[in-house]
Design a protein around this ligand. Sequence first.
Ligand code: ADP
Length: 162
Amino acid sequence: MNRAILPGTFDPFTNGHLDILQRAIGMFDVITIAVAPSKKQTVFTLEERIGLIKGAVKDVKRVEVASFEGLLMDYVRRTGARAVIRGLRAISDFEYEFQMALMNRRLDPEVETVFLMPSLEYTFLSSSIIKEVAYYGGCVTGLVPANVEQALKEKYKITGCK
Ligand code: ADP
């Protein structure tokens, strides 16, 4: 089974993440979305983030949602995956991703990092900008899955799009 891991914090899951997932599904048998606890404070708890991703991908076949702790490459090895998928939006992503990919290769030379680019309409999208806009009551329709939009409305007590 050709499995790949799509790791991240997903606080919360956006249509940019979904775009990358759909591209990755075309390349592997199974994709495991692996949710990391995060060293930084998150708006959504680990359980909430997992629940939101499960809701968002419920109609997508060959996708699993899990969480992991510790070193990503240890987790990747335990799952038997051959690749780690990362999304690349802009040059600003490159430096950190390049560093991380080469470090991960050093930790396990048998696992490749595969970079995928999202559709142009999602290249500006990040979980942080979604939270910032939603916090001030801005409209995020079409940028996040419907269940994530609903969760943001509840979290920030906003009514949504005017
Ligand atoms: P991190 O792993 O840094 O916590 P995220 O959880 O936000 O990052 O995202 C997980 C993965 O999805 C990363 O590879 C990130 O570059 C990618 N990603 C996030 N938003 C987008 C987007 N709009 N388009 C493409 N890839 C994205």
